[in-house]
Design a protein around this ligand. Sequence first.
Ligand SMILES: Cc1cc2nc3c(=O)[nH]c(=O)nc-3n(C[C@H](O)[C@H](O)[C@H](O)COP(=O)(O)OP(=O)(O)OC[C@H]3O[C@@H](n4cnc5c(N)ncnc54)[C@H](O)[C@@H]3O)c2cc1C
Ligand code: FES
Ligand code: FES
Length: 488
Amino acid sequence: MRDTLRFLLGDERVEIASCDPTLTVLDWLRLDRRMTGSKEGCAEGDCGACTVVVGRLDRGLLRYEAINACIRFLPTLDGCHLLTVEHLKGDDGALHPVQQAMVDCHGSQCGFCTPGFVMSLFALWLNEDSPSVSRIEDALAGNLCRCTGYEPIIAAAQRMYRLGAADRFDRDAVAKRLSELSDAATLSLSGPSGRFLAPATVEGLAEFVITEPQATLVAGATDVGLWVTKGMRRLDPVIYLGRIEALRQIEDRDDDLQIGAMATQTDVRSALAALSPEINELMRRFGGEQVRNAGTIGGNIANGSPIGDLPPVLIALGATLVLRCGGENRIIPLETFFLDYRKQDRRPGEFVEAVIVPKLPADALFHVSKISKRFDEDISAVCGAFLLRIGEDGRVAEARLAYGGMAGIPKRAAVAETALIGRNWDEAAVTAAIAALPKDFTPLSDMRASAQYRLTVAGNLLRRFLIETTQPEVETRVAGLLAEVGHG
Ligand SMILES: Cc1cc2nc3c(=O)[nH]c(=O)nc-3n(C[C@H](O)[C@H](O)[C@H](O)COP(=O)(O)OP(=O)(O)OC[C@H]3O[C@@H](n4cnc5c(N)ncnc54)[C@H](O)[C@@H]3O)c2cc1C
Ligand code: FES
Ligand code: FES
């Protein structure tokens, strides 16, 4: 057991013996360290003004990612390298190429958003050599600017590579220092408002989940962070899952992928993109880059949200969930995990250990669509994921139609599926399935969409699936039009 938090802040090794479990990285930087470069805009992961870059060892290799400091708890940085906008200037005062490019391209007006943009660009600069404009836009989708406009910032993102100065951070030295900080001991930290427990093994976690029944499990904190910053909730104790490397692994097996609960949306996106380009496209629109770098597949399922993006996809694919209690595993179809609004089949002492995702059969037709008010960084009003198999007789042999946003839980449209089975995959069958949707769902009206809109969209998505699979030339034309307006 270790009772001191240890991480690197720039070149400095930080050790903290007393820390509240939910102190945010942003509050610590600004209030304790008086490093006020990182800004607070929204305190909910939306605006990117607080973006910092965090390095961690991933299977022995140093990996840097942009994250939102406003919803990340400081103790989760144990064993990491934290870089803020204050760290970019050289010892001689020279601006980093990212900063210089922003100056050269007039990428800042009031400047409030600028440190966040600089850090998102810095993460891009560290990880990629020649990103396309579309890739730059993705990397910046989690940053909002209300006055400069995005063109100069995108120009800066292109220019920073032309300024080409060497990175002043010695990655080998940082990796060595981080490996000296990593250990297999459980981190048990206390502060005035509670305890933070971070086991380094799955066995240690399994024990804590049983012995600390009041604890809140924290993975990427992209949901839980808001309970603290917006809901003003006090969480004590917190059990953090992020030090357990085994939970981050994604195993590519013959017929399926086994994805550890702590795999981030960034890694899940890469793994699932191999199954279907449509999932890649969906995941591109999952939060912004900072959210995808922190949020996990386990959190997206365990939060039980009816509008999470992954559950409909995983249900359509026939995924199963590995729940663990002590030394025992219980494996259930994912769709049976969701019982009622925010009520899941998770028994006392259990946690989500992994998700098993079958690969798409060669003969399967698959489609997923996310409908939201904004293209980037928005939660779904409706998400539809469909898997269909056509038998040798040309008729629908299997149909899995899963929706988010249509009920209190992510759910299959069982009546609509029955309407398709045994029929030719054509307009008449889809019309029958659409007519059945009101028997499957009585959606709510809320700020995202009205009930009528949701039902109409749910049907239209099915029709789109038909067009996509039977008239690909129409879909190609639509894709071309979308690309023209920047949504390709
Ligand atoms: C700005 C922003 C944009 C977002 N955009 C999207 C979006 O486009 N689509 C979308 O679906 N979601 C979105 N989200 C929501 C959130 O990012 C996802 O739900 C994310 O996957 C949650 O994962 P996490 O690791 O951060 O979970 P956490 O916040 O750490 O935890 C969420 C819940 O799951 C529990 N939990 C976590 N891991 C486990 C486990 N292994 N076993 C048991 N319980 C566990 C926690 O106790 C908690 O109840 C967004 C959030 C923000 C802040
Ligand atoms: S302050 Fe807006 S994302 Fe953190
Ligand atoms: S420069 Fe003012 S918000 Fe971006």
